[in-house]
Design a protein around this ligand. Structure first.
Ligand code: GDP
Ligand code: MG
Length: 438
C-alpha cells in the first residue's frame, strides 16, 4: 500500500537533513502513481501533489519519525482536507419536519439508500416516511414498498398514474397525519443524464423544498461518478453526495475527488446491499484507508478515551524496549478493559492479521483473577516471568486462591502478548508513536 511504499522510499533519510526538492521527488512519484491507480481526477491529483510538495519542502526530518512517516502524515492531512476535513452531518433544519430528496442515475442505489436512510434516521430518533416517486420504472414503487414492509417503515402509497410532484405533495400531508417527521423521496433515474429528467427534478425541488438533496452515485464508476455529481449539482445545487458500492473494488478515487470537483461534501457511503450498509462519511478515516493505515483512527479514538497521556508514554517506552513486565501487564489490563478487548484493539492496528490474533483470547471475566495472581507474585517474578517454575506456580496459585492452570493460562496470555509486541517492534508496526495519539 501507499503508506508502505512511501516509508521505504524515505528510509534512507532517517534522522538527518531536511525534506528537499530532490529527496522528496521519489515519494511524490509514488503518491502520484497511487492517486492515478485510485482513479483520482487528474486535475485534483495535480493540485494535491503540488500542495503536498509545498508543505513538505524545507521540513526538518524529525528524529522520532522516519521521513516516510513524515510525508505520510502530510499526505494524510492533505487527503483529509480535500475530502472536507470533518464529517458533514445531515442538516434537516430546525422545523418540525425535514426531508431528503435522493437523485441519481438508474442503478446507482437510490431505492436501496432510501431504505438505508430510513433505518439510519430511525436510529437517530426520527420517524422517517419513505416516498416512492419513480413512476416510470414499472416495479420501482413496489420495490420501495417492499423495503418498507421489510424494515417496518411507513411508505407513501404512490400509484404509477400519479404525477411525481403530486406524489410528493400528498406525501407531505400523509406524513404529518401519521406523525412522521422526515420524508425520504426516492426519485426516478435514467440510464444517462438527460434534460427531461433534470427538468422534472428541478420542478420537484421547487415544489418540495427538501432540506437535503443528495446525489446517489455508484463509486465503482470512478470518475464518471464525479462528473455526474458535477452535472447534477449544476442543475440542482446539491447539498451532498452518497457514494454507494464502496464495499466493492471501488478504488477510492471518486471519494477523493468529489468534494474537490463539486465543492459538495460526501455525506454517506454505501458499503453493502444490506440495509445496515450505510456509514456516515469521515474524511480522516477514508484518508487512512486509502493510505492503507488500517483503522488507526478508531484505535486512536478509543485509546484517547481510556488512556491518560503520561501512562501511555511510559507504556510506549516499555513496549519499545520489550521491557513489558507482568506488573505492566496487570496495569495495562485495567486500561485495556476500558478500551475494549485486547484482541479488538490489536485488530485495529495496521499489519495485523487474524492468524496473529488467534490465541490472544483474554476473557474479560478473567481480569479479576489475573489481578489476584499477579498480586501474589514477588516483584522478581513479575520482572522475570521465566523463573516461575512449578513450585512457584503452586505458591502463587495458593496465595491468590486460584489453580496452577489459572497461573499457566495467565503466563500464556502474557507471553503471547510479549511475542506480538516483539513482532511489532521488529517491523509490523513501524512506530507505535505514530499509532498513539501523543
Ligand atoms: P436505483 O435504481 O438507483 O434505485 O438503484 P437500486 O437501489 O435499485 O440499486 C441497484 C443495485 O445496487 C441493487 O442490486 C442494490 O442491491 C445494489 N446496491 C445499492 N447500494 C449498494 C451498496 O452500497 N453496495 C452494494 N454492494 N450494492 C449496492
Ligand atoms: Mg430505484
Amino acid at each position: 500500500n501507499l503508506s508502505d511504499r512511501l516509508d521505504s522510499v524515505f528510509k534512507k533519510l532517517k534522522g538527518h537533513g531536511t525534506l528537499n526538492e530532490k529527496n522528496i521527488e521519489e515519494g511524490l512519484k509514488q503518491v502520484r502513481m497511487a492517486l492515478l491507480e485510485a482513479d483520482v481526477n487528474y486535475k485534483v491529483a495535480k493540485n494535491v501533489i503540488s500542495d503536498i510538495k509545498t508543505r513538505a519542502l524545507g521540513q526538518e526530518v524529525m528524529e522520532s519519525l522516519t521521513p516516510g512517516q513524515q510525508v505520510i502524515k502530510i499526505v494524510y492531512d492533505e487527503f483529509t482536507r480535500m475530502m472536507g476535513s470533518k464529517h458533514q452531518a445531515l442538516d434537516l433544519g430546525t422545523g418540525s419536519s425535514g426531508s431528503i430528496m435522493l437523485v441519481g442515475l438508474q442503478g446507482s442505489g437510490k431505492t436501496t439508500t432510501a431504505g438505508k436512510l430510513g433505518l439510519y434516521l430511525r436510529k437517530q430518533g426520527r420517524t422517517p416516511f419513505l416516498v416512492p416517486v419513480d413512476v416510470y420504472r414499472p416495479a420501482a414503487i413496489d420495490q420501495l414498498k417492499k423495503i418498507g414492509t421489510q424494515l417496518d417503515l411507513p411508505v407513501f402509497d404512490s400509484t404509477p398514474d400519479m404525477k411525481p410532484l403530486k406524489i410528493c405533495q400528498d406525501a407531505q400531508i400523509a406524513a404529518r397525519e401519521q406523525g412522521c417527521d422526515t420524508l425520504v423521496y426516492d426519485t426516478a433515474g435514467r440510464l444517462h443524464m438527460d434534460d427531461t429528467l433534470m427538468a422534472e427534478l428541478e420542478t420537484l425541488k421547487k415544489g418540495v423544498s427538501p432540506s437535503e438533496i443528495l446525489l446517489v452515485a455508484d463509486a465503482m464508476t470512478g470518475q464518471d461518478a464525479v462528473n455526474i455529481a458535477g452535472s447534477f449539482d449544476q442543475r440542482l445545487d446539491l447539498t451532498g453526495v452518497v457514494l454507494t458500492k464502496m464495499d466493492g473494488d471501488a478504488r477510492g478515487g471518486a471519494a477523493l475527488s468529489i468534494k474537490a470537483v463539486t465543492g459538495k461534501p460526501l455525506k454517506f457511503i454505501g458499503v453493502g446491499e444490506k440495509f445496515t450498509g450505510l456509514e456516515p462519511f469521515h474524511p480522516d478515516r477514508m484518508a487512512s484507508k486509502i493510505l492503507g493505515m488500517g483503522d488507526t483512527l478508531s484505535f486512536i479514538e478509543r485509546a484517547q478515551e481510556a488512556v491518560d497521556e503520561k501512562e501511555a508514554k511510559t507504556l510506549e517506552k516499555k513496549l519499545r524496549q520489550n521491557a513489558f513486565t507482568l506488573e505492566d501487564f496487570r496495569d495495562q489490563m485495567k486500561t485495556v478493559r476500558k478500551m475494549g478487548s485486547v484482541k479488538d484493539i490489536l485488530g485495529m492496528l495496521p499489519g495485523m492479521n487474524k492468524k496473529q490474533l488467534k490465541g490472544l483470547n483474554i476473557d474479560e471475566k478473567e481480569f479479576v483473577k489475573i489481578e489476584a495472581i499477579i498480586n501474589s507474585m514477588t516483584p522478581e517474578e513479575r520482572e522475570k516471568y521465566a523463573i516461575i517454575k512449578a513450585s512457584r506456580k503452586k505458591r502463587i496459585a495458593f496465595g491468590s486462591g486460584t489453580t496452577v492452570q489459572d497461573v499457566n493460562k495467565l503466563l500464556k496470555s502474557y507471553t503471547q502478548s510479549m511475542k506480538m509486541i516483539k513482532k511489532f517492534n521488529k517491523g509490523g508496526m513501524r512506530s507505535l508513536k505514530n499509532m498513539l495519539p501523543f
